[in-house]
Design a protein around this ligand. Structure first.
Ligand SMILES: NC(=O)c1ccc[n+]([C@@H]2O[C@H](COP(=O)([O-])OP(=O)(O)OC[C@H]3O[C@@H](n4cnc5c(N)ncnc54)[C@H](O)[C@@H]3O)[C@@H](O)[C@H]2O)c1
Ligand SMILES: O=CCCC(=O)O
Length: 507
């Protein structure tokens, strides 16, 4: 529906009220790119439309850049990072980051409005995402001044070895639409802390949040030759980030298929890579779990952002003795969810990002029902809402042969599988090529240690569905990617270690 240019029978797309009129600081709405040190329109004034997923209205026309804009920005940022690293102390970079953090928080209302309009998520969640995005900037403003090297005993007489940490250089940053703010700050705050420069390719669904953050970063003192924001619909053009030899690192968050393709291209010049990719998170409820805690955790963990987070529970595995009680309580709470435009204050859950996302949820639901699953709630597109909505859905009797068992739904479908032993739960949980997040619920401390050791994932929530925070290393294993973001490990992803061996100096 939304990709068509006719939503009302006319040949013109319908436009939303100008977004800038909804903001306290109208200047935060920016449709140009920040290319090679300046806000610019694209050649021939090329643009692409950005839609509100809840209505299909056009929010704005964003500048659509070509490969040259990436190449020029990379050149500018190549010069820029060398000054940033050599002429700014860590304390000065920390101050810039701190000012940027403060201004993100001061502008939370406007940023959340832009984010909710273009992504669809409920305004309360959008505000939460802005605070989450700022937390990475604050975190790396602090880590920045604590980047230490080593002093190592040498095996040669009268010699010493020390190490220093240096910025990798220009970083190519490619991010997804599901966290339009936080996926950008989680990458560029550590890059700036390390002394790197960044060329960002924002998602074409949500470029305006990225532009607003860039404006605030520049106002906070990030030099104009250290950051570039190059929106484009032309995926080939953005591949310049993966092949240009001046780019020394690619940090990508998105699907596993695209992550593999970028990694392979980046290997041509041996770039450092961080790949935050897809998941298929198991959520295991053992027989001794506190069911109220487990149900509340399932609500946030499965239905946050209408199921569109990479750490969302994809498979709910529940012990046979508690499966009925768990399912009933979950369904009762799902019934209370309020679907609607994210920007409306009473909406708890917004639309999905586009038609393909709704189609995928529908396909998983139909497949599960065809293979014997029982529909407990939801299971359809809601009536009376015109955008990309799908009702929050719970299906019991899920089995291993269903599509949802293998493939991340990335939508509001909670399939409940039953198990009878701990080993069966672990076998089911680990039966995937992904390994991002996993959750389990139990009161037995020895089981906590056993199961935490056995789950093949990068991040685990025990008796909680919320695991994301600036201090916690974020990342996966297996086909969920490589690298860790946030935390004390996040800075090293943007640094090289240099080892210096000093031989004997004769007096
Ligand atoms: N591990 C994590 O931290 C994390 C976080 C968020 C999302 N994800 C994953 O991201 C996926 C959903 O996001 P998505 O649909 O936007 O992913 P996606 O891979 O389609 O897109 C991510 C980014 O890559 C760009 N892109 C897509 N195809 C490209 C191509 N052929 N060439 C160059 N660039 C291309 C997109 O424009 C976007 O900017 C899910 O699998 C989800 O699990 C992972
Ligand atoms: O979608 C992936 C990122 C989600 C998060 O950081 O919690």
């Amino acid at each position: 529906m939304i990709d068509s240019t006719t939503t009302n029978g006319s040949s013109q797309p319908r436009h939303h009220t100008p977004v800038s009129e909804l903001l306290k600081n109208a200047g935060l709405f920016e449709a140009r790119g920040f290319v090679a040190g300046k806000w610019r329109t694209a050649s021939n004034n090329a643009t692409f439309p950005v839609y509100e997923p809840a209505t299909g209205l056009v929010l704005g026309e964003c500048a659509n850049f070509s490969k040259d804009a990436f190449a020029n920005s990379i050149d500018t940022c190549h010069d820029g990072y060398q000054e940033f690293w050599s002429q700014f102390t860590a304390k000065e970079r920390a101050k810039i980051l701190r000012r940027w953090n403060d201004s993100i928080l001061e502008n939370v209302d406007d940023l959340a409005t832009i984010l909710s309009l273009e992504n669809g998520k409920a305004i309360s969640e959008a505000r939460g995402e802005i605070a989450y995005a700022a937390s990475f900037v604050q975190w790396f403003s602090e880590e920045c001044t604590r980047s230490y090297g080593d002093n190592i005993p040498s095996s040669y007489p009268s010699s010493m070895v020390f190490t220093s940490k240096e910025p990798v250089g220009v970083c190519g940053i490619i991010t997804p639409w599901n966290f339009p703010a936080a996926m950008i700050t989680r990458k560029i705050a550590p890059a700036f802390a390390a002394g790197c420069s960044v060329v960002i390719k924002p998602p074409s669904e949500t470029p305006f949040t990225a532009a607003a953050l860039t404006k605030l970063a520049l106002a906070a003192g990030v030099p104009d030759n250290v950051i570039a924001l190059v929106p484009t619909k032309d995926r080939e053009a953005s591949l310049e980030l993966a092949i240009n030899p001046k780019v020394k690192k690619i940090s990508f968050t998105g699907s596993t298929a695209v992550g593999k393709m970028l990694t392979s291209l980046a290997s041509g010049t041996m770039k450092k890579v961080s790949m935050e990719l897809g998941g298929n998170a198991p959520f295991v409820v053992f027989e001794d779990a506190d069911l109220d805690i487990a149900v509340d955790a399932a609500l946030v963990c499965k239905f946050r952002s209408s199921g569109q987070t990479c750490v969302c529970a994809n498979r709910l595995l529940v012990h046979e003795s508690v499966v009925d009680a768990f399912s009933e309580r979950l369904v009762a709470k799902v019934k209370k969810m309020q679907l609607g435009k994210g920007i409306n204050a009473n909406t708890t859950h917004g639309p999905l990002v586009n038609a393909a996302a709704v189609d995928k949820v529908e396909r998983h639901v139909q497949d599960a029902l065809k293979k014997g699953g029982q529909l407990r709630i939801g299971g359809r597109r809601p009536e009376g809402l015109t955008g990309y909505f799908y009702e929050p859905t719970v299906i019991t009797g899920a089995t291993k042969d269903m599509e949802v068992a293998k493939d991340e739904t990335f939508g509001p479908l909670a399939p409940i599988f039953e198990f009878s032993t701990e080993q069966e739960a672990l076998d089911l949980a680990n039966d995937t090529e992904f390994g991002l997040a996993g959750y389990f619920f139990t009161k037995d401390i020895s089981r906590v240690l056993r199961v935490a050791g056995a789950l093949q994932v990068g991040m685990i929530g025990v008796n909680t569905g919320l695991i994301s925070a600036a201090e916690t290393p974020f990342g996966g294993i297996n086909e969920s990617g490589v690298g860790r973001e946030g935390s004390k490990y996040g800075l090293a992803e943007y640094q090289n270690i240099k080892a210096v061996t000093i031989g004997a100096i004769k007096a």
